[in-house]
Design a protein around this ligand. Sequence first.
Ligand SMILES: [Zn+2]
Length: 383
Amino acid sequence: MLVREVTEVLDGWFDPDWAEPWDAVGLVCGDPDEVVRRVLLAVDAVPATVAEALALGAQLLVTHHPLLLTGVHGVAAGEPKGALVHRMIRGGAAHLVIHTNADVASPGVSDALADALGLNGCEPLDPQRQPPMSKLVVFVPQQDADGLIDALAAAGAGAIGDYDRCAWSTAGTGTFRPLSGAHPAIGAIGRTEQVAETRVEMVVPAGRQAAVVAALRAAHPYEEPAFDLLVQQPLTGHRGTGRVGELPSVTTLRDFTAHAARVLPRTAWGVRAAGDPDRPVRTVAVCGGSGASLVEQARAAGADAFLTADLKHHLVVEAVTERGDGLALVDAAHWATEAPWLDALAERLRTRFGTTVDVHVSRAVTDPWTVHVRPDDVPPGAQ
Ligand SMILES: [Zn+2]
């Protein structure tokens, strides 16, 4: 496999166009035409994971977090990030970032987190709205209907999921009277005409309206084809940030927090919770990484608890202590909420590439917190 072939598959699963505008996804370094026999997956591109990739002989390091998120003017080896770029290029390893395009994907980062916690029936917590489609309704003489459907489909109408040329038709009667100056395909000036027509309905994806209407005018036998282009309501899709689902049975916040600490990759940070420890928990919202901005969505989704990372003091005071309406917040280590996705991605890559590409998951804990002392851990008199 070539780097480009692997990245094309990953781009299909995690379209770079889904990434946030501020994000920096894609190939950071590496030659798309180099051969890939081994891949290492990691959350962070840091000295430990770069060294691991090179020691493994991996030709591709895939990380969730960008190495160069903010604009850079150079990658001099004297700078920490530049040094990593140099190390990867010298060691023959390409580096690919799949970040917020993996957060919104389905399956994506939060699906793996929800799976690790045992949540069922997950839906996106912040669903992405799909661009609204239009519905084209056009009336055409019955013998011309198939040809018109072909022409509209070629212009992009009637594409639904893995199907194309989708259309629905009914037979009816059209009537009109050509006036002076008209050049009717059927009938004569001044005479009321009745024609056996077919009403054809096809969806038109956003952005294809102009091309489809142009194709309609070109392919329709009438001088003045009758048609409607109706804008549909935008629907929420299966993609989006965060997930909300149900635990198999009701538990308490205390036990759910312990459960999370048990099933998520171990870190010094551990897992902590804000809220009544005895609060019943069944509906759980999750967001891999920094999900503080989704607290209100979690509340609106009816979550008993929202597990994410990087929750700040004032936000927790306002969302839990002041509101007092029951939503509990569970704060896990940022890395631990995203690391489960690596195993899910590795499984998918192995299924796709078989033995052609050897896929490894880094076990390096790259969460930056390394020491966590609870008061109970300090022996009496240690002060
Ligand atoms: Zn993250």
